[in-house]
Ligand binder design. Sequence first.
Ligand code: GTP
Ligand code: MG
Length: 354
Amino acid sequence: LAPAPTPITLSSLFVANSRRLEPVAALVEQALSGDRRSLARLISRVENGGPDSWSALSTIYPRTGRARVIGVTGAPGTGKSTLVGEIAKLARKNQPDQKVGIVAVDPTSPFSGGAVLGDRIRMRDLSGDDQVYIRSMATRGSLGGLARATTDVVKVLDACGYDLILIETVGAGQSEIDIARTADTVIVVEAPGLGDEVQAIKAGILEIADVLCVNKADRDGVQSTINALHAMLDLGTASKGALHHGVLMAAPDVSDQPADRWRPPIIKTIAVEGKGIDDLMNAVEQHRAYWVTQPDGQQRARLRAAIELETVLRETLLSRLAARVGAAQLNRTIDRIAAREIDPYTAANQLAQA
Ligand SMILES: Nc1nc2c(ncn2[C@@H]2O[C@H](COP(=O)(O)OP(=O)(O)OP(=O)(O)O)[C@@H](O)[C@H]2O)c(=O)[nH]1
Ligand SMILES: [Mg+2]
């Protein structure tokens, strides 16, 4: 078979399958033993997705589930990278034997190969620390999407003994919100002086906040930002309560009691001066302590497992189908759909039965 032309959609499965790569098992072993270059290469492989990465992920899976994963999200420029850097520094100072992984997901800026985090001067303090690993996510070419790639990269870091993993996403779109949601605790970052409105409200990310951080507290307008957030939380609690009664009629739980429900604390920070970071981390710790007592905690784990299974199942079935049908026929079918000679529903049905 001649190689497929410019890979589009489904045909990218063949690219992932047919490339000759070093055996992934050796890479896994070296990464697990602490070799950073192998870790970087393993992460790239896992980012690309496909069957090649599944054998790696399957090997490491038993070692995952130990890391504490914190999502840091918020509007552009609120100081997320600076905060993440400070959180990492504090964690390393308080527990010198702790390894910290940072995953920066920035779909808006082009992949810059390591020079990722907004404030590179602050990050320089970390770059010499071999117990800190910083990685930015390539946003193009990851099979199964950015959310899938990010959660898999987190698994690799988790298995390789990174105790604390920080995921920075710009809270600007659904996929970034989905990524942040996979963390154990989500910090939503707000800053005063970005206009009258609270940016997190505009971006629709307030509802996933476990902890609210008002950064740039050295600026004017901090108190009005805090007031606005409190007002929004009051509204949010009210509407969530109403929904709760509607959906959970048959199975009420303790979080049905307003008094038991977690209300995101609002913490002031000045990330550029390293101020308020310990308060922020205390709030994160309190959220964890609350969470382990809640029945929702188990539910969350089960939901995550279901999403994981569905994602892998979809990719598995697709790639098996692609292997069976062949690139040529697949591309012909795509052409026929584009030319409207056949509809995608009939085509999918035919391919599935091929
Ligand atoms: N005044 C003040 N400036 C801050 C503070 N924290 C961060 N900054 C500055 O705000 C700017 C943006 O900071 P970043 O950490 O890159 O913000 P970010 O949210 O990661 O930005 P994006 O990733 O581009 O969305 C930088 O110039 C920081 O130095 C703060 O507490 N006070
Ligand atoms: Mg940033």
